[in-house]
Design a protein around this ligand. Structure first.
Ligand SMILES: [Zn+2]
Ligand SMILES: [Zn+2]
Length: 288
């Protein structure tokens, strides 16, 4: 029996790629978006007022920093709008797949155009109205995974104190080192040796360079190492636009990418991941 496509889920599924529980989880999470976005906006306003960039460092320092709350909101917008566009192009009325929705008077709902979805709550509500499209989508696993991940990042960004940055094992004694994001050095708790944070994290990144990983794996592992947001969506866009080479796929046939090339692209791209503010209906799937 096939199992759910989500990386951490082993529940069986029938026809759909994603199990009932994971779809329900997404629906529940989408329902929290209006509240989350409201709180996120408060956080964004405070960061703008105080100039606080969580773990902020001078811009000439390539490493490390955590994303500003506004970038996390933009990232959520990018993930939702990209998948909405994809769902619409896959199942929208041009291909005459019924929406399954019925109006109050009992007639099937006929939609001729994708209405512009300007706000995140609009997008979330739209997605909640199309559970069958989501369940049937060929990439439903990635869709659900990326949306849950983006919503999770929003939750973490709300009033969360600056996180400690993982700097790898102490070169002298092997103890895991965690630095405060505003510090340039970290002192090992075990052997009391002081180390340069930027050097340690550069070494961690260098060690990751030769690995191959899928977009989803990279989005899960690299932001912590790189100290910046990097979504699977962005990685796929780079591949789609020819900036990033696809390497040997994994066992499930998903394209993999060389981590070093992703790092180089990420560091050569301005830190702010921007998704231009535009109506979802007009948004191309791939945007740089
Ligand atoms: Zn599942
Ligand atoms: Zn040590």
């Amino acid at each position: 029996m096939p199992t759910c496509a989500l990386p951490d889920c082993t529940r069986p599924t029938n026809e759909a790629a994603v199990c009932r529980s994971c779809l329900d989880l997404l629906r529940t999470d989408l329902a929290t978006i209006p509240d989350l976005v409201g709180e996120l906006d408060v956080t964004i306003a405070r960061q703008a007022r105080t100039g606080q960039r969580v773990g902020g460092r001078p811009s000439e320092e390539p490493l490390p920093f955590n994303a500003a709350a506004s970038e996390i909101r933009d990232d959520l917008r990018g993930v939702l709008s990209t998948w909405i566009r994809d769902l619409w192009e896959t199942y929208g009325p041009r291909r005459e797949v019924p929406t399954g929705e019925v109006a109050a008077d009992g007639t099937p709902v006929a939609v001729s155009e994708l209405d512009p979805l300007d706000t995140l709550p609009d997008m979330a509500a739209w997605l909640r109205r199309h559970p069958s499209w989501i369940a049937a989508h060929p990439a439903a696993g990635d869709l659900v995974d990326e949306m849950l991940d983006a919503i999770c990042r929003v939750r973490r960004a709300i009033d969360v104190p600056p996180e400690r940055l993982y700097c790898g094992p102490c070169p002298d004694c092997g103890t895991g080192l965690y630095a405060r994001p505003d510090r340039v050095s970290v002192t090992c708790r075990e052997c009391d040796t002081r180390h340069d944070v930027a050097e340690l994290r550069a070494a961690l990144l260098a060690a990751a360079r030769d690995h191959l990983a899928t977009a989803t794996e990279i989005a899960r592992a690299l932001p912590g190492l790189l100290g910046r947001e990097l979504s699977a969506n962005t990685v796929r866009t780079w591949a789609y636009t020819g900036r990033l080479a696809k390497r040997t796929p994994d066992a499930q046939g998903r394209p993999r990418y060389r981590v070093g090339e992703v790092i180089d692209l990420a560091l050569s791209t301005p830190p702010r991941v921007t998704y231009p503010d535009r109506s979802c209906a007009k948004m191309p799937i791939s945007s740089g």
